[in-house]
Design a protein around this ligand. Structure first.
Ligand code: GLN
Length: 231
């Protein structure tokens, strides 16, 4: 209709598969906590979004190249990223955990000596693994997609992987044959992002919208839909 025709359409990058935050459902539609948050905020604040599931690292690169208006991809807010990105208020807590095969005897970082560890390109969990790699003497292998990271462990090519706690817990709950063996490290939170100094009106609308859905119960409903009411 005429009113909606005037609404601005923002191109928003996201990951290919990072459940429960973004993933394709049976109808090949992108759903998840991030998808519901951005769509609900867009609806409430009067703008439109076009979701581009290009992958996590690709989305961050495309944002920096000015090819996307924003990114919502379970992106951890870090000081390093703040050099190139402006972040919204935090909307979900996270931390980095190590997971191993269900029957693995690996219990800690010391047990990784001389072994191979699977990580994901350009991620906070991958950076954390690399930061302790020398100390504990393990090798890393990198994948662009979380599924390939988990598969490298379940097939036995790698002995462990590093991933965000909420995402690893959800993957295990939904069938990944892995177990978490460490407490969360490098605690932080997810934020929506734009390229530094760009799309400030979009960032403001997101922050205003986030505040609104946190106070009117919509945020709680979204999280409960994917994680249950106790989350
Ligand atoms: N939270 C992690 C990061 O920001 C991973 C994000 C992702 O893989 N989609 O690096």
């Amino acid at each position: 209709n005429n009113v909606n025709a005037d609404e601005k359409v923002y191109e928003i990058g996201t990951d290919v598969t990072f459940p429960p935050f973004e993933f394709a459902n049976d109808q090949n539609q992108y759903v998840g906590i991030d998808m519901d948050i951005i769509r609900t905020i867009a609806k409430n604040e009067g703008f439109k979004v076009k979701i581009k599931p290009v992958g996590f690292n690709a989305a961050v690169q495309a944002l920096d190249a000015g090819q996307l208006d924003g990114v919502i991809a379970g992106t951890t807010i870090t000081d390093e990223r703040k050099q190139k990105m402006d972040f919204s208020a935090p909307y979900f807590k996270t931390g980095v955990v190590m997971a191993v095969g269900q029957n693995s005897s690996i219990k800690n970082f010391q047990d990784l000596k001389g072994k191979r560890v699977a990580i994901k390109t350009g991620t906070a969990a991958g950076d954390y693994a690399k930061s302790i790699q020398k100390k504990y003497g393990f090798k890393t292998v990198t994948f662009d997609d979380s599924n390939n990271v988990y598969n490298d462990v379940t097939t036995g090519n790698s002995v462990a992987c590093f991933e965000d706690q909420p995402v690893m817990q959800y993957a295990i709950k939904t069938g990944a044959k892995l177990k978490i063996v460490t407490k969360p490290a490098n605690g932080g939170a997810y934020g929506f992002s734009v390229k530094k100094g760009h799309n400030q009106e979009l960032l403001k609308k997101f922050d205003a919208g986030l505040k609104k859905i946190k106070s009117n119960g919509q945020y709680k409903k979204i999280v409960a839909k994917y994680l249950g009411a106790s989350a």
